[in-house]
Design a protein around this ligand. Structure first.
Ligand code: CP
Length: 304
């Protein structure tokens, strides 16, 4: 196993903006090499605080911790904690700090992970804060792209679906500012365009086009997202755009043979199940990659 040397030890992982290309590449190198080792994090405790539903992120963090010999405490939803009695998020964080070595938090409010990180002295990992950021999903996405294409430069990437509320595409688009010769095709309904603040960060660094047309030709990576129903202030607005894009076998005829089709999951109806058998469909492998990426992350942050 390589030595840790680029400043991961003890830090927070709140936004992908906080990481350089070198740091991302180091994390990915460790993720490609890491193997289960029950001694590596023996006796360490990860607090898993999930205030929003999760299958992949929560379970892959728990799996990662356990494969390195660590323990997991925590809760899913407010009901099982004293937040249901009115305790503040900051007080909860101060208490959890006394029991754990690292905190993983998912919360519906943008900025909540940063608030917790500013409250405690332990490393805090943002497992998704509202529609803002999901940096460990992005590290998993980059790992997956690197595995299949062998590079993170010189790629044409299509981001498809809910680019307004989808935190995974916000983090991923920003991550590409760290790499060279990236072109982004931003495919969404008019009212679900990528937020202007993210576009401003891409300007002059990552060329992009915005379109409503489901044009998947000539892309190396097609990254599909769910329309984030739970984030719409008005359900009628959701009803207008739900099912806007359906990637079915017909749509996949546009894909290059060496393209990869990714999705952070969960999916609803935006990729039909018969697409799963296509060689380009890599979203379940993407999900599996969440474990080695999070194993490497926990190891680097905890300095094992
Ligand atoms: N990709 C992702 O964040 O999935 P979960 O919501 O199931 O954690």
């Amino acid at each position: 196993m390589q030595r840790v040397h680029t400043g991961w030890l003890g830090r927070d992982v709140i936004s992908i903006r906080d990481f350089s290309r070198e740091q991302i590449e180091e994390l990915l190198r460790h993720a490609h090499q890491i193997r289960p080792d029950p001694e590596l994090l023996r006796g360490r405790v990860m607090a898993s605080l999930f205030f929003e539903p999760s299958t992949r992120t929560q379970l892959s963090f728990a799996t990662a911790m356990q494969r390195l010999g660590g323990h997991v405490i925590g809760f899913s939803g407010v009901e099982g904690s004293s937040l249901a009695k009115g305790e503040s998020l900051q007080d909860t964080a101060k208490v959890v700090e006394k029991y754990a070595d690292i905190i993983v938090i998912r919360h519906p409010l943008e900025g909540s992970a940063r608030l917790v990180a500013d409250t405690v002295s332990l490393p805090v990992i943002n497992a998704g804060d509202g529609a803002n950021q999901h940096p460990t999903q992005t590290l998993t996405d980059l790992f997956t792209i690197q595995r299949f294409h062998g590079r993170l430069d010189d790629l044409k990437i299509g981001l498809v679906g809910d680019l307004k509320y989808g935190r995974t595409v916000h983090s991923l688009a920003l991550a590409f500012t760290r790499f060279r010769k990236i072109e982004l095709r931003l495919i969404s309904p008019e009212n679900l365009r990528m937020p202007p603040a993210i576009l401003r960060e891409l300007d002059g660094i990552v060329p992009y086009v915005e379109t409503s047309e489901l044009d998947l030709r000539d892309l190396d990576v097609v990254y599909v997202t769910r329309i984030q129903k739970e984030r719409f202030p008005d359900i009628e607005e959701y009803e207008k755009v739900k099912g806007a894009y359906v990637i079915d076998l017909k749509a996949c005829e546009q894909l290059r043979r060496d393209a990869i089709l990714l999705h952070p999951l969960p999916r609803v109806d935006e990729i039909t199940p018969d697409v799963d058998a296509l060689p380009q469909a890599k979203y379940f492998e993407q999900t599996r990659n969440g474990v080695p990426v999070r194993m490497a992350l926990l190891r680097l942050l905890l300095g094992a």
